[in-house]
Structure formats: C-alpha cells, structure tokens
Design a protein around this ligand. Sequence first.
Ligand SMILES: Nc1ncnc2c1ncn2[C@@H]1O[C@H](COP(=O)(O)OP(=O)(O)OP(=O)(O)O)[C@@H](O)[C@H]1O
Length: 563
Amino acid sequence: MFDGYESLLTTIALTGILAYSFHIVLMSGQLSLGQAGFASLGAYTSALVVPETPLFGSLSPAIVGIPVGAAVGAAAAVLLGLPVLRLRGVFLAIATIAFAEVVRIYMVNASWTGGPEGMYLDKWVTPELAWLALILVAYTVWRLGPSRMGRALAAVREDEVAAGAMGINVSRARMAAFTASGALAGMYGSLFAFFARGIEPGDFNFTMMLDGLVTAIVGGFLVFFGPIMGSGFLNLLPELQRATGLEAGWMHPFVTGALLLLVILFLPGGLSSLLTWIRPRTKPLGSAGAAPPVLPPLPAAGIPILELSGLGKDYGGVHAVRGVDLTVRSGEILGVIGPNGAGKTTLVNMISGLTAPTSGTGEVLGVRLGNRMRPHRLAGAGVSRTFQHSKLFGRLSVLDNALIGTHVVCRPTFLRRLLWLPSARADERRAVAQAMTQLERVGLDDKSHLAADELSYGDQRRLEIARALASHPSLLILDEPAAGMNHVEASDLSKAIRSVADEGITVILIEHNVRMVIDTCTRVAVLNFGEVLAVGDPVAVAADPEVIGAYLGAEDPEDTHVR
Ligand SMILES: Nc1ncnc2c1ncn2[C@@H]1O[C@H](COP(=O)(O)OP(=O)(O)OP(=O)(O)O)[C@@H](O)[C@H]1O
C-alpha cells in the first residue's frame, strides 16, 4: 500500500512515539534521559513473549509485545523513579543516563539477550500498526492536556512551590509523568524490535536518546502534536537532502544540531508553536449556565481553625520565628505586621506547609504541622495563599491559572475525558465556572485568555488572589497583596478582603500598609525579631507605645505606611 515509503512512514511513527516519551516528562518540567534503558527492557522482554506466528491467522503478533513493553517500561520507571525523582534538572538527567548505561551493559553481558550480537526477530510491525500506536498515544496526550491532571503537570513544570500550595501533590505528579514516559519508551522498544528484524544493545544508546529528545524539543512540548511534527520534519529532512543532492554524511547531524540550537534560541515552544501563532487565540471553553462544583462547607464562625503553641523556626543561628502562641478563629481577618525580617513570611510559610517548624507545635484545620508536612495536604484541608513575590504560572493563561486553583475542589477528569464521558465535560465546565467567578470578582474575566506574564503588575497580584480563592479556602493567607498598589487600589483590595471574610473565609493578611491593615482587619498581631510583640484590636495595637517604638516609628497611625 505504501510502496517505497513503508520504512519512512514507520520510522516517523516510531520516532514520534519515542519523542512522546520525552514530551510527557517535559510537560512536567523534568529532563529524564533514561528512555534508552526503558526501551531496551521493553524490547528484550517483548522479544521473549511475542508469538512466532500471526494471531488468529492474520493479526500481527507484535500487538502482544506493545502492552508487555509498555508494562515493563512503566515498572522500571517506577523502580528508578523512587530513588531518583528527588533530584532535579541536570542531576536527574545524569542519574537517568547512568541507568540507561547500566541496562545497556547488562544486555551486552547477559546470555538470554544474545550478548553484543543481540537477537534476530521477525518483522511484524507494519506502517499501519506503527501509526495506529502513534495515534493512540497522541490521542491520550491530547485528552490529558486540558484535564485536571494535565493542568497539574503544567503547574508543576511552571512552579513547583506554587503547584504544591494549590493542592497538587508534586511528587505524585512527577512520578506519574515519569512512569508514563517509561511506558511509552517501553512501547517504542517493543515496536522497534519487530520493525528492525532484531535488536542489539547498541540500538538503545545515547544517540537514540538524543534523537528522541531533539525530536520532542524541535516539535515542541507545549502542544500535544509537537512530537508528530518534530518526527515528520526531522525524518523528512534526509529525503529533502536526497532530492536536492546534498547527501554528505555530516549534513544530517549538522542540520539537526543547528535546528535544535535555533529552536532553543528563537522558538522555545518548538515548531508546533508556529501553528498556534497562526491560529487566532480562541476564548476558552465556555461555562455559560454551569454551576460551580459542590463546595464543602466552611468552618462555623468562631471556632478555632489555627492553633500555634511555642512555634519557632531557626535557620542556623538565625531565629526567624520564636515561641509564637496564636489562635485564629473562623471568620477573623488577622493582620500580621512587623518590620522587615520580623519573621512574618516564615510564619505563614509554616502555616501553609512550605517550611517545617524547628520547635513548638501547630495545628491548622485539623492538620498538625511538622517535618513530614507537605503543602498540598494543607491546601487539601482548606489553606490557600498568595506569595510575597508573585508565583503565577507565567506561560499559562489567566484562566488556566485560576483553574489550577480549583484543583482541590474539582474531580479528576483525565480517564473520563479519554472515554468522552459527558460527566467529564460537565466537571470541566463546573471548574471553569468556579474559576471565572473568582476572575470576575477581581475584574480579570475579560483577560482570561491572556498569558499571566502579559498582565500588568497590579493584575498579576489580583490574579494570584483569584487563583487562591478558586480553591474555596477556609483560610486565605495574603502575603503583602497591596505591595506596589496605589491608595485607590489598596482601598478596593481592602473592600474585596472584607467581602471575602463576609462569606465566612478566614483571612491572614501580611501587609506593610498599616492604614489598610487597620481599616481591614478585625485583629492584628505584631511580630518583632520573630516574636509576637502584641495581639489585639487594630486601633489599640497601633496606639501601643511598644509597637510604635519597635515598628511604626510615628505617633499617629494615620500617617503610617512603613516599609
Ligand atoms: N530560607 C532562609 N534561610 C535563611 N534565613 C532565612 C530564610 N528565610 C528567612 N530567613 C531569615 O529569617 C528572618 C525572617 O525573614 P522573613 O522573610 O520571614 O521576614 P519578613 O517579616 O517576612 O520580612 P519582609 O517584611 O522583609 O518580607 C530574616 O532574618 C531572614 O533573613
């Protein structure tokens, strides 16, 4: 059927699958180079189990090898991921290269693999089978992208700390991407074995890994069809060379290397991003008529939701926070003020699970603070926050940022999206409705399609608040939300915070704008050198001579806007 092009078409499909195994880890911001090891394990294992005759008379026996290769690759990825996924960046890349090399050396020396000569196999992979496998993989990645899981991977890629604070289990998301990458590489290995009529350990070497990585990067990892574009383009290049008579041996690696350089320098989204530029920016999936998800009730007004006893944090010799005793009751707006370096951010980092205390105890919404605490657990219990220095997912849209905020109140949708179940679409619409409600609250609903990076500074601060509110928190922590705002904007923000509190959400507000704190908060705590200097009614605290001496430095609290 594909006379003369069988080999080219199959190679494009197989390289595409290999590139998807890189694409999926790049989606979560990881650089793993262990794919050659997973592919090798998948290839050799499926060589042992694939029957020597067609199934049911005509079916390619390679279809038995595909799930086996994928399962072996996934299992190897889990076993490797447990120790190595605590590494990041180049260290993860080195550890995974080492794994691939260990597998290669084992395959060279083991007797069941045929040693360095490898194994001869029958050719069972046709272009149709290879493309069917590629389309299935591409379909899965397409359905993953806009699902709750897909957004979680994107959030982890953009900013792990913010992702954790939005309730995403960062370790689990990274492990899921790594395992899927192992499965795809194992699947590639199995298909390759029965396409190439045999395998030897050298087939799964560093060059193979580099080919897959280059294809994924040149194609682009921000759009689901990037690997197909990358594979098509890079595999058609030699044909183009042949057609133009430029067939020198050095030409192909040279052109590929130059392309990689050009893409990294000038087109970080890869070739596929060219298509998304040409396409007009579409408004996101509408939420018209959709109700927000069923939201859990907020704690009853007046009950203690946060209790700290002697809580402290030392950084070496620096006592950032010392012996803090504090109770916060549901419905309060607690202002936290104090000079620079007083320990305000460290205190809220402990409350939101980002920093482990070194002394004392604390309980927030029924969750005990401690060394093993992870931010996603506190987010799941109802703590949400903004950061002193904005931590938005810059390359994602305003709507996607807010949607990631809904992570803890929305149901997973990926598996149901794979099957096109209407309930998944209904859940996505509910998530969009919840996100849009919060964007409307801060006046960003008409900018929902813009990238967060494209917003003005003030809008970025507002988006962080909308993202935090999208999780329907019981406790909202705002770390200097009015920084950089003028008086009018600060006054609007103050009104918005009071309206949030009127809905029953407890707020902790760190702010240097004391006028705003007095106008907004029901109670104020003053920190100085990591210790609580005073807690109480805002006006009374602002008039306390000890507080004035330590922080305000002015007799009249009306005049104070201290940084
Ligand atoms: N990761 C860290 N390692 C070492 N020291 C730290 C760390 N984080 C905070 N500190 C120190 O702890 C003290 C309290 O810092 P923190 O940022 O909590 O103060 P802050 O009251 O929020 O200050 P600002 O108003 O300037 O934001 C400071 O002396 C700071 O240098």
